[in-house]
Design a protein around this ligand. Sequence first.
Ligand code: AMP
Ligand code: ZN
Length: 138
Amino acid sequence: MTKDDCIFCKIGRGEIPSATVYETPEFKCFLDLAPGNKGHALLIPKEHFANVFEIDADTAGKLFSLGTEIARAIKDETGCDGMNLVQNNGECAGQTVHHFHLHFIPRFEGDWDGLKWPQGEADPEENKKLAEAIRKRI
Ligand code: AMP
Ligand code: ZN
């Protein structure tokens, strides 16, 4: 996959729809369309970096800093008990979209046995409403 046909570059430019949680000139946060749990979000730099080996330290630092605010907003809105921040690099590590992204996966007490990811696509309308509710908490 090149930069030109990268799905997350297109989401970053607003060329394909996403349930946008939050956006700055440099970053975009949107809900995963096949969430592991309610409120599963992804945070990307709008500039294309394939993975952690390509992203520069300054951009990664700013992304994680914004990520702390996003994590708190998702926790407030979903009432989750905990959260996994996941970041895959390379196919052998489970990366399927080769544009750097940080996953925010809300976790609830006792959900381990039932947690299945991916578990099918979320309802797009529900995702939009949830994204807006989280945004209001940032
Ligand atoms: P990874 O396996 O870390 O590369 O994760 C890629 C994630 O992107 C998966 O959880 C997918 O469900 C999610 N995903 C793929 N396409 C889209 C999309 N168009 N909008 C939202 N999430 C997506
Ligand atoms: Zn990209």
